[in-house]
Structures are given as C-alpha cells and as structure tokens.
Design a protein around this ligand. Structure first.
Ligand code: HEM
Length: 247
C-alpha cells in the first residue's frame, strides 16, 4: 500500500468525521438557541404544514432571495442547482451497483459542472465589481468561492484534459467505506480535486457554508404565525410561563 493511499485514506476519514460531527454539533447549538419572540416574516403560514411548505419553497427556489435581488438569485440558484446535479452524478463513485436514476442523470450532471462554474463566476463578479458588495466582502467570502471554483475546474479537467482511472478510484472509495483499503490512482488532477474536496469538508462546519443547514433553523422562516392562538414560550422563559403553573 503506497504512502499516498494511506495519506488520502486517513485524510478522508478525518474530513468525514469533522464534517458530520461539526455540522451535527452546529445544528444542535442552533436547535437550542433561545427564540424569545415570534418573528415570522409576513405573509407567513398559520399552520405547521404551511411552514413545511414555506421551507420547501425557500430551500428549493430561494424565494426570499428572488424577492430581494434578481441577479444574486439567478447566479446563486444556478450554482446550487448545478451543485446538486453534480453531487448526485457523483453517487456513482460510492454505490455498487449504480442506481438506475443515477445512471440516467449522468449526461445532465456533466453540463452541470459548467453551469456550476458560471454561477460561481457571476457571484464572484458581483463581489469584485459592485462597490457596495466589494466593501463588505471579507477574505473568507473570496476564499470559499475560490475553493469551489478550483474543485469544479479540477473535476472538469479530469473529464476533458487528463482522465483518471475511474474504476480504481471507485474501488478506493468503496474500500474506504468497507474498511478494506484499495490503492488510489496517483493522477495530479485527481489528487488536487480530492485534496480540495477534503479541505471543503473540513472547513464546512466553521464556514459561511453553514447557511445550508442554518436556513432551516431561521425563526423568521420556521415560526408558525399563530401568536394570538397559541402562547409562545421561549425555552429560557418556561419557568415564568404562568399558563402552566397556578401562579
Ligand atoms: C470524495 C468526493 C469526490 C470524488 C471521489 C470526486 C471525483 C470526481 C471525478 C473522478 C471526476 C471526473 C468525472 C469524469 O471523468 O467523468 C469529477 C468531476 C467533477 N467533480 Fe468531483 N469528486 C468528489 C467531490 C466533489 C465535490 C464535493 C464537488 C463540488 C463541490 C465536485 C465537483 C466536480 C465537478 C464540477 C466535476 C466535473 C463535472 C462532472 O464530472 O460531474 N466533486 N469528480
């Protein structure tokens, strides 16, 4: 077993643990953060089912962003939809046999690689060209965009410039999941792609990318608009809840 294989195997075990543990921990913190007031942004649904629908539309169509800024919506939505297609296409490296629907979307996933780059390009151009946005952009805003662009570019490079041994790569990842390590092909584009993906997994729990799980914990979106029908009690104020005690 080469040192490279051992290095990448350990790197991916560590990255997966940090990603799952880190995002799980952040979600736990979000879930326990007090929400003292009912603050749904109107027009807001008055039932739980309505809130589920609202979150669904928000998470798939980015409705709030659409209402606030059409350009950011266009590039942001394009990037996220393309990213989803690319990730779904990647499932073939981690499943054996490959599910029929994953095989079916392979051609779309490929175009999605370019769409992802176009979306990222638009979002980055906005940070560089719009004065107001450039002023409030921090280095991490640029670095996350650079990281995603580099992952997409190295992925497309493997497809069009320097192919890698997909069969061996798949054996490596299936081996990682079954705790039976297999050699990793040592092609430069693949090693760059994988190292950047591991970096993304490691920084994810401490980065702005946490907005992905975070949107579901946003009180302005997930509160039911029923303050007159049901008394809102924040966790920390439950001791003062005089509807429950005889005080
Ligand atoms: C461990 C995880 C990953 C592995 C093993 C992997 C592997 C690969 C391979 C082998 C290719 C070349 C496909 C081909 O030649 O047909 C590729 C392409 C690509 N990868 Fe990844 N990748 C991973 C994660 C990611 C992530 C997280 C992203 C995005 C953030 C990404 C974005 C891309 C893109 C945009 C392409 C080009 C389009 C495509 O082939 O779908 N990859 N990847």
């Amino acid at each position: 077993m080469s040192a490279l294989t051992i290095l990448y195997a350990l790197l991916f075990y560590a990255a997966a643990a940090i990603l799952v543990g880190g995002v799980g921990y952040k979600c736990w913190v979000y879930a326990r953060t007090p929400q003292p007031l009912k603050i749904p942004i109107p027009p807001a649904p008055a039932t739980r089912a309505g809130v589920v629908l609202r979150m669904l539309v928000e998470a798939t169509l980015f409705r709030a962003l659409f209402r606030s800024n059409k350009w950011i919506w266009l590039f942001g939505w394009l990037f996220h939809v393309a990213l989803a297609a690319v990730l779904l296409r990647h499932l073939r490296y981690f499943t054996e046999p490959v599910w029929a629907w994953v095989a079916l979307i392979q051609p779309f996933g490929l175009y999605a690689g370019f769409a992802m780059l176009a979306g990222l390009g638009g979002l980055w151009a906005r940070r560089l060209l719009v004065d107001r946005v450039r002023y409030i952009s921090s280095p991490s805003d640029h670095l996350m965009l650079a990281l995603l662009v580099a992952i997409a570019a190295s992925g497309l490079a493997m497809k069009y410039v320097a192919h890698t041994d997909i069969v061996a790569l798949k054996a490596f990842f299936l081996g990682l999941m079954r705790f039976s390590w297999q050699p990793l092909p040592n092609d430069p584009a693949l090693l760059v792609h994988l190292a950047l993906v591991a970096l993304l997994m490691i920084v994810f729990p401490v980065s702005k990318l946490l907005h992905a799980p975070g949107v579901f914990f946003s009180p302005t979106r997930n509160h039911v608009d029923n303050p007159r029908e049901k008394r809102h009690v924040a966790g920390w104020s439950a001791q003062y809840d005089n509807t429950k005690s005889d005080a």
